[in-house]
Design a protein around this ligand. Structure first.
Ligand code: PLP
Length: 392
């Protein structure tokens, strides 16, 4: 469990100035260039021979992107990090670095839907299979791990926010010599630092809380120098999904307010989850903070959770009646959002994890933004009352 001093350290790290010494500016410049030239033949040769590390082309290395990568590595307690043009670019480049045809990966059930689709489409085409486990069941995980190439975790999971004992699962994987990867987008490093619990690689959709303003699509992976070096050389240059300098600059701006935003999402999210839990139109609330205690290593909760309506509530009427909550699929920004599972279950393209993992059609996912718990509750409660009266 982290104490207040640790949280203060993280906050100061997130806010810390990025010392580029450019014009004594408090905010680093956006080095908006694709290309860097060499001053001489000798310098060019030295760089190509790997004797000197310096930017040559922004698909590989860019100073603004590098500041973001170094800051994120520090926040996650990792040696290094690599920024990508989306969370999925980070996820696919990471998985493809460590698998080969014939391999099997173990993945927790209720992983992010496009991670599921990546496993069930592209990875399958390249001869890699995925086996899904209930991450809460350590015996099931232990039985699946021997011989696996990689263990892909997410805790809390997508849609129903199951939490896992990350420290115990990472130790199990170590015993079987299986590489561990976790999607930490939900908690952010403010509330959960999986590297410190023994996980090898930590991924983020930086489009969510790290950016925090719904104005950037980005991803990042953090880990040891060795593992990040493997991703940097084995897949990043060829899949090419590198983070852009402007997006890195937006992420640096987002990181400066990450700790205070996370605490605001937590307070408003918990307040709304508790009110939903006692509402007679609701049968279940999936929020990790409603139990007696949080799992080891998770020291706070974000604004993303879901609940299930009792039968007889008109979900389209509920969704259309909302005014502050918008209908939208991403999350992690300032705005509050709602996604009904019954819509997601109808998604036409590709394997459908909402159906395959059995997400109830009466489930609704909420992202609680920064508008304030009381006004959001009044929006939600009004729409629920309307939908209960509109029942068919
Ligand atoms: C938990 C989680 N992981 C990964 C992603 C993918 O990230 P991106 O949309 O930045 O590619 C998302 C996006 O919604 C997500 O919710």
């Amino acid at each position: 469990m982290k104490d207040a001093d640790d949280l203060f350290d993280l906050a100061s790290l997130a806010v810390a100035h990025d010392e580029t010494n450019a014009f004594d500016a408090v905010v680093p410049p956006i080095v908006q260039t694709s290309l860097f030239t060499f001053s001489s033949y000798a310098e060019m040769e030295e760089t190509y021979r790997g004797l000197k590390v310096r930017p040559t082309y922004s698909r590989g290395l860019n100073p603004t992107v590098r500041i973001f990568e170094e800051k994120l590595a520090q926040l996650e307690g990792a040696e290094d990090a690599l920024g990508f043009g989306s969370g999925m670019a980070a996820i696919s480049s990471t998985i493809f670095t460590f698998v080969k045809p014939g391999d099997r990966i173990v993945c927790v059930r209720h992983c992010y839907p496009d991670t599921y689709r990546l496993n069930e489409t592209l990875l399958k085409r390249f001869g890699v299979t995925a086996q899904y486990v209930d991450g809460r069941d350590q015996d099931a995980v232990a039985a699946a791990l021997p011989g696996a190439a990689l263990f892909y975790m997410e805790s809390p999971t997508s849609w129903i926010f199951e939490t896992h004992d990350i420290r115990a699962l990472a130790a199990l994987a170590k015993r079987h010599d299986v590489l561990t990867v976790i999607d930490n987008s939900w908690a952010s490093p403010v509330f959960q630092r999986p590297i410190t619990m023994g996980v090898d690689l930590v991924l983020h959709s930086a489009s969510k809380y790290l950016g925090g303003h719904s104005d950037v699509v980005a991803g990042v992976v953090a880990g040891s120098n060795k593992l990040i070096g493997q991703i940097r050389s084995a897949t990043l240059p060829y899949l090419g999904g590198k983070l852009s300098p402007f997006d890195a600059w937006l992420l640096l701006r987002g990181l400066r307010t990450l700790p205070i935003r996370m605490r605001a999402h937590e307070a408003a999210g918990l307040s709304i989850a508790r009110r939903l839990a006692t509402h007679d139109a609701v049968v279940k609330v999936h929020h990790p903070g409603l139990g007696n205690h949080l799992p080891d290593g998770l020291i706070g909760t974000s604004g993303l959770f879901s609940f299930e309506f009792r039968p007889g509530i008109d979900i389209p009427a509920f969704a259309d009646k909302l005014r502050l909550f918008k209908l939208g699929v991403s999350w992690g920004g300032h705005e509050s959002l709602v996604v009904p599972a019954e819509v997601v279950r109808k998604q036409a393209a590709g394997p459908n994890s909402a159906i395959d993992f059995g997400i109830d059609a009466r489930c609704v996912r909420l992202h609680v933004g920064l508008e304030g718990a009381d006004v959001l509750w009044s929006d939600l409660a009004g729409a629920i009352d309307f939908a209960a009266r509109a029942q068919t």
